[in-house]
Design a protein around this ligand. Sequence first.
Ligand code: MN
Length: 260
Amino acid sequence: MPLDEYRRKRDFTKTPEPEPKVGKKRGKALFFCVQKHLASHLHYDLRLEHNGVLLSWAVPKGPSLDPKTKRLAMHVEDHPIEYGDFEGVIPEGYGAGIVMLWDRGTWTPSVDDVDAALKKGDLKFTLEGYKLKGSWVLVRTSGRYAGRSGSSTGSDGRSWLLIKHRDDWSGDLDIAEFAPRSVKSGGDFEDILAEDTPALWTSNRPSKSGDSGAMFAAIIERAARLKADREAKAVNSTSPTAHKTRARASAKAVRKRAAR
Ligand code: MN
């Protein structure tokens, strides 16, 4: 049954995530999204609409626009179509953390038979999102990324690579860094948390003690730290004052050297 694994992993009395229903086609074009998911590890979930569900890959480092940078993409369970609009807080259980809708749009497979491409382990497609555009490929690996259990030859078949093809939309811009926020709310993780938390905490409050409580405290802290790091970086790289300071410092160094 479609979405069985999705259903099995979740308790729908406890999670705000959509029910495991196979959806109707959303429109003429096929939907895609990338959800930035701050759970036990930060990762990006790439989802492509296919036959009423969203094919899904978890990309730990997120998509790269640089064709030389191949990003590990773990094939995970299909998600319901409705999931493509989801942004919010998963208070406990599987995937507990914060989900941000980082990009969305439409995708076009480069072949007619997507199932055959998946089976073959080579799916070429184009994306038309806000952040991700142009030509991409997902390739299943059987090499060094496969078989985390330690087996050198075996692959669980879940390891793929997400690679950008060279085109007008490729380049060395770090898109995750450049455009970190939600395309749905415009918010960052802590904004989603602040928005979501009052209602969620009161109706569906996880135990403050225990694992999920502790993990959540850690996630909130990490959300705040991610933001602080980014702001610090932005100040260092773009602040006119920072430039002036650096310029003054180097001018001083040049004068010093000249004086010797
Ligand atoms: Mn995820």
